[in-house]
Design a protein around this ligand. Structure first.
Ligand code: SF4
Length: 100
């Protein structure tokens, strides 16, 4: 039985079919340097908002669960524009895509 509400994120995957109880973040799962993912991290994760509002046409993201001040975990994002091969200081704004 699901205990959490679904997450509106392309990287969220859940399987509660026939008694299964499996959830994962398929973005953080790719990053072997990250601390483990847990569902609660989605509630403050910046990724859905970035994907919704970025002007970057080919954004590529890497997400890492980090621990701040010894106790608070949160998701940090590293973004590049895969079209122009530049790092994005602000994942919501690619200066090269803006010019086009
Ligand atoms: S942690 Fe972020 S990227 Fe991963 S499933 Fe949750 S909202 Fe999506």
């Amino acid at each position: 039985m699901a205990t959490n509400s679904p997450v509106n994120c392309r990287y969220y995957y859940a399987d509660f079919h026939r008694g299964r109880s499996h959830e994962e973040c398929r973005l953080i799962k790719r990053n072997h340097e990250s601390r483990p993912w847990r569902r609660a991290l989605c509630d403050s994760c910046p990724v859905p908002d970035i994907l919704l509002n970025t002007n970057c046409k080919e954004i590529a993201l890497e997400a890492t669960v980090v621990k701040k001040w010894g106790l608070l975990e949160r998701v940090e994002v590293y973004a590049v524009c895969a079209k122009h091969y530049i790092e994005l200081d602000d994942p919501k704004f690619c200066p090269q895509c803006a010019v086009e």
